[in-house]
Design a protein. Structure first.
Length: 172
């Protein structure tokens, strides 16, 4: 049985290892470590099987520029599961649990830059369908997706979605 819970300080080494192994590089693990230090508004959850932390998901604030007011939502990135635990619905459990938390916190939208065949099962659609564009020009339209959690707040909102500066540094 897998439980999803908030990250604890003792989980940090496991989270780093999960991101390193799942992505096969250090970039995502370094990004998570950086955001942990600089982003107090992050939502960081882990999936635990037995005593082992086997999955991780992180959400950080994003802003939509181009609207009369800056509209704040959350960006999902990264989400990772240890390779030996993949294809066991752990990622699905992480996403569903975290989206429930964000709904309860009145977050109006969630953006993700991810696999266009994976995230639609949770209700994500290409962000361009809602008038939202990625700050990075070379991102494929079908990979930049949004899930609207509050239609009233998001009514008429369009523009460029801006991630935290740490993401831009990680992309270089």
């Amino acid at each position: 049985m897998v439980i999803v819970r908030p990250e604890k300080p003792d989980d940090i080494p496991s989270i780093r290892l999960i991101n390193e192994r799942a992505f096969g590089q250090l970039q995502e693990a370094d990004l998570v470590d950086s955001l942990r230090l600089t982003c107090p508004d992050a939502l960081s959850l882990v999936a635990v099987s037995g005593q082992a932390v086997v999955g991780h998901i992180l959400f950080t604030p994003v802003m939509v520029e181009g609207h009369a007011d800056l509209t704040r939502g959350m960006g999902l990135a990264p989400m990772a599961v240890l390779p030996g635990y993949q294809r066991r619905h752990i990622g699905t459990h992480l996403v569903k649990t975290s989206l429930d938390i964000l709904r309860q916190s009145h977050c109006p939208f969630v953006i993700v830059l991810g696999h266009p065949t994976y995230y639609p099962r949770f209700g994500f659609v290409p962000a361009s369908q809602r008038g939202l564009r990625c700050q990075w020009a070379d991102v494929p339209d079908q990979a930049f997706m949004v899930l609207i959690l509050d239609e009233v707040v998001m009514s008429g909102v369009s523009g460029v979605v801006r991630y935290r500066d740490e993401f831009g540094l990680a992309m270089t």
